[in-house]
Design a protein around this ligand. Sequence first.
Ligand SMILES: NC(=O)c1ccc[n+]([C@@H]2O[C@H](COP(=O)([O-])OP(=O)(O)OC[C@H]3O[C@@H](n4cnc5c(N)ncnc54)[C@H](OP(=O)(O)O)[C@@H]3O)[C@@H](O)[C@H]2O)c1
Length: 242
Amino acid sequence: MRWDDRRVVITAAGRDFGRTLAIALADLGAEVFLSARELTAARRVRDEIRRGGRQRVHAFACDLTSPASIRAFASDVAEHTDRVDLLVNNGSRYLAGPDLLSAADDDVVDTIASGATGTVLTTKGFLPLLLNSPAPDVVTMVSACGTPGHHRSDAHDAFYAAKSAQAGFVEILSKRLRPQGVRVISLYPPDFDNADPLSEEWHTTSRQAGDALSAHSLVECVLFAVAQPRDCFIKAFHFEQA
Ligand SMILES: NC(=O)c1ccc[n+]([C@@H]2O[C@H](COP(=O)([O-])OP(=O)(O)OC[C@H]3O[C@@H](n4cnc5c(N)ncnc54)[C@H](OP(=O)(O)O)[C@@H]3O)[C@@H](O)[C@H]2O)c1
């Protein structure tokens, strides 16, 4: 498929997987609207992409725990484009610690707000622009922690709650948006390694059967799903843990 006529929004692209995906999609020619909680982080990634030779990239601030910030992000993007072809709900705060008592209340609130409420409101905010696309897709980075019965992560219970809420949201959204032509595609990865896509390691990291899942392979899952003809609606990616 051609990426140079696709317009992509990615949340939490100031570091790690969001940055990786922003760089990969810009590299393929997509126009990228990336956000990070801090505008400086978003601009740093935008500038990295521009230095790599891709100029169609825009940086925004978006705090996923703030409805006003999410609304401002969507309306700022709408000043640049009348449609979005792909929304990537990547942002979600991680909270470690398998002991419920170990986290402060504020951290619990923040974790659930960024992952759960943030994903719902971001999708809501961008839906009008997605519906203007002839081929709209919503990709959400959930987690194996959002799979019923999963217990193998050391993540905090609040992170499990956030990811389970995301999973419930995309499940119903997938059915409800299908008649409008929007594919809701979700990934449920276990812990994965994220080599810097601008480093040599990106190309040399082993991706054999015994290796941990890599960000490189996850990027390829996203590209594969989105590249399918519209009758092929890949709803979810689940991964066998090593
Ligand atoms: N890495 C893994 O092993 C793994 C496994 C399964 C699923 N996932 C999911 O995949 C996605 C990306 O993973 P990752 O490894 O890149 O995550 P990460 O390293 O934990 O980074 C979290 C991202 O979310 C952002 N964030 C946190 N709170 C935010 C808020 N209130 N507003 C806006 N952004 C906020 C962070 O921004 P700041 O820089 O501002 O903190 C950061 O960009 C996440 O949804 C994650 O849960 C990851």
